[in-house]
Design a protein around this ligand. Sequence first.
Ligand SMILES: O=C(O)c1ccccc1N[C@@H]1O[C@H](COP(=O)(O)O)[C@@H](O)[C@H]1O
Length: 205
Amino acid sequence: MYVKVCGLKTVDAVHAAVDAGADAIGVVMNENSPRAASADVAKTVVDAARQAGGDRLDIVLVVNDKPAAEAASLAADLGFTVLQLHGRRYAAEDFAAASKVFGTLWRATSLAHDPPLDVGAYGERRLLLDAPKPGSGERWDLSGLADLGLSGEWLLAGGLNPDNVADAIAQARPWGVDVSSGVESAPGVKDLDAIARFIAAAKEA
Ligand SMILES: O=C(O)c1ccccc1N[C@@H]1O[C@H](COP(=O)(O)O)[C@@H](O)[C@H]1O
């Protein structure tokens, strides 16, 4: 099981995730998020992630409030390896614009937005299915997901935590999982022990 831990802002959190076996870490650069990282913080996290995780770790910039081409330039300038364009504001033409500037794109969406469900529909490398409110920590209805016939490299997100991730995997059968609020002690503050527990639970599922 591929595991991404999102919303990291500190070097300690990067080390906790990498040491526990995370496959990807995410940094949110979204003004209204409790996890919003400045450019300086993002650069520090990216450098620590590169050093700790080497080439095997995906280092993901997450945005949902910036024009796609601007987000792509930011991802390139700061040294990210993946750009996650999150939410319904990003249409196929936004992915086309971003791909001129930056190589690896992920599309994050919600079933509530009735998106195309085939991975790569907008030229993205991976698809992430999230709750309607990104980064809210709210659970959403996973029943029926396994019947949608999703295939390929898609990640489940939204309201996951160390205690529910194994059940969520059994129910939805994703290729990977993604967590943010569920490994925090307060909004924007990562709980290093919860990060390790989440990764262990997902990998054992
Ligand atoms: O975390 C945020 O604040 C955020 C802001 C804008 C776009 C996406 C954001 N987070 C993404 O939401 C998923 C699920 O979060 P949670 O586990 O339910 O809190 C997270 O993996 C991020 O990719």
